[in-house]
Design a binder for this molecule. Structure first.
Ligand SMILES: [Zn+2]
Length: 189
């Protein structure tokens, strides 16, 4: 089972997103193709093309009952996918991004990074701090900077060489064609 699907369960758990029937049935997550990894499509506005292929997955749409589609608002809490250490907190085009190194990655000269983007980090979090799997680390931020988009969590996974200083781990680097950065598919972690 992919970690990513467990992670969706974890998001529903920390936010109490259940189908309300008390039967333990899971909610359904929905993804426009433009929300998926490496998609070149936009899932907002004119639905045309992105400037570059999508570096992660966008999460916002879910269904509790078949007849009603929901999207995240800025009260949605974001759990950590895995144990890790916060290496950087940087800005993105909607809010902020937490860059967390996977605690147990066994890579010799590389780090495995998770980027939680378009969020507001919890106030007590600092660079260098340890986070635990399932711990709430942020809330999804509002999207007044681009009202065509609903609030959503952008999740990316990167492998980067350890020689890159942690303070350089931001979107300037992730968007660049730097050969020291590898983009990974979040669903096949
Ligand atoms: Zn995204």
């Amino acid at each position: 089972m992919s970690k990513f699907f467990d992670y969706l369960d974890s998001i529903s758990q920390v936010n109490g997103l259940t189908n309300g029937m008390g039967n333990g049935q899971k909610i359904q997550w929905l993804f426009h193709c433009g929300m998926l990894f490496l998609s070149k499509d936009k899932w907002w506005g004119d639905f045309k093309f992105r400037h570059s292929a999508h570096e992660g997955i966008d999460i916002t749409y879910y269904r509790i009952r078949p007849d009603k589609l929901h999207n995240f608002d800025n009260s949605i809490r974001v759990p950590a996918m895995e144990n890790g250490i916060i290496l950087n907190i940087c800005n993105d085009f909607l809010g902020q991004t937490l860059v967390v190194e996977h605690e147990n990655s066994l890579l010799f000269n590389r780090r495995l990074l998770f980027a939680y983007a378009h969020i507001i980090p919890e106030k007590n979090l600092k660079i260098g701090q340890v986070v635990k799997k399932g711990q709430v680390i942020a809330t999804v931020c509002d999207t007044y900077k681009n009202p065509q988009l609903p609030p959503h969590l952008h999740f990316s996974c990167f492998e980067v060489l350890k020689k890159i200083p942690p303070e350089h781990l931001d979107w300037n680097l992730f968007f660049s064609d730097n050969l020291d950065v590898n983009l990974l598919h979040p669903i096949f972690l």
